[in-house]
Design a binder for this molecule. Structure first.
Ligand SMILES: Nc1nc2c(ncn2[C@@H]2O[C@H](COP(=O)(O)OP(=O)(O)OP(=O)(O)O)[C@@H](O)[C@H]2O)c(=O)[nH]1
Ligand SMILES: [Mg+2]
Length: 200
């Protein structure tokens, strides 16, 4: 029996690359049509980026599994959140009934890392058992700074994966790891496995 589409939420601070991630997988994977809600930035953040998501990004794509995975392909309903704090109420709406989520973080911007820590804590409260990965862009030294970055974000070091959201292979790899976690959790809930492989 084929499984229903998975609802995956992509969140993170302003400018982390959420819309870019959704655009990259839409362009590169089968089955997607991207809907965005971009509008011009009117406040001080305009220096960083000219437009911002004010409601959500949405796309539906098919993610092929990696060789040897316990699943073959997964239909994904992907929702990107707005990043600006003033739209934070939207996060809670988009998180309803999600199967897992990504937090995108730009490691080169300390203010973004601080904001991301707040988003990690918020989503941890909203969905304490949902599989989660933290996709880190512009990460100059993953080996040297993994522990420190995880500490700043309030996650385990193993939850951090490098990801340039402009790169299809990296976006697909991140989605595969997250979907592995979703499948493990579903199987565990169904009582068919006891494997401990859910990202946290
Ligand atoms: N050089 C480089 N650019 C990146 C990387 N990750 C993201 N970007 C760029 O950073 C920008 C991110 O913009 P968006 O995708 O609109 O970010 P967003 O998270 O959707 O932003 P909001 O919706 O405003 O919160 C894009 O111009 C990307 O091309 C990276 O790893 N390297
Ligand atoms: Mg956006």
């Amino acid at each position: 029996m084929s499984r229903p589409p998975r609802k995956i939420v992509v969140t993170g601070p302003f400018g982390a690359g959420k819309t870019t991630f959704a655009a990259t997988v839409t362009a590169g994977l089968a089955g997607g049509t991207l809907v965005t809600t971009e509008t011009g930035v009117s406040d001080a953040t305009a220096a960083l980026k000219g437009s911002t998501t004010v409601a959500m990004d949405h796309t539906t794509v098919t993610v092929p599994a990696a060789p040897g995975a316990a699943w073959t392909e997964a239909r994904v309903n992907l929702f990107g959140t707005p990043g600006q704090q003033r739209f934070a109420f939207v996060w809670e709406l988009l998180a309803q009934n999600m199967d897992g989520y990504l937090v995108l973080v730009d490691a080169s911007r300390p203010a973004g890392v601080t904001e991301a820590a707040g988003i990690v804590a918020t989503f941890q409260r909203i969905a304490p058992t949902a599989p989660r990965l933290v996709a880190v862009s512009r990460w100059a030294d993953p080996a040297g700074t993994r522990g420190r970055l995880a500490q700043l974000l309030g996650t385990s070091p193993s939850a951090l994966v490098p990801c340039d959201p402009r790169d299809l292979a990296q976006c697909t790899a991140v989605l595969r790891v997250l979907l592995d976690g979703v499948h493990v959790l579903e199987d565990r809930r169904a009582g068919t496995t006891t494997t401990d492989g859910v990202p946290a």
